[in-house]
Write a protein that binds this ligand. Sequence first.
Ligand code: 5GP
Ligand code: ZN
Length: 114
Amino acid sequence: MNDCLFCQIVAKEVPADIVVETGRALAFRDINPQAPTHVLVVPKAHYENAAALAAADDGLADDLLKACHTVAVQEGVAETGYRIVFNTGQGAGQTVFHVHAHVLGGRSLTWPPG
Ligand code: 5GP
Ligand code: ZN
């Protein structure tokens, strides 16, 4: 059995609050939200991080970014503003090594992030 948590969510073996599903991507609410909108957008295929996803070079990164925007529109934050974050590597706070975009919005977001 694949022991990757987000592969298990994609396979619907672990429950999640899914907000958008496309052919190649899945978006679900973060279990520990840091903003009123905090959705994780993952490719259904397993890539460890954003660099590995970019290297795949098959249009999947484009699909993922489009799915992020779809989430923002659906969540009603596309006009007010939102942030897309890929924590990449342990030093940047990545804890789940299946690439995921955090889509954050619904409150004012400070810059730079901590
Ligand atoms: P990272 O720290 O890797 O950038 O982000 C991982 C995110 O996954 C965290 O924000 C964390 O709250 C979220 N997370 C961890 N376990 C689960 C889970 O079982 N379900 C959901 N929906 N989110 C999770
Ligand atoms: Zn995975």
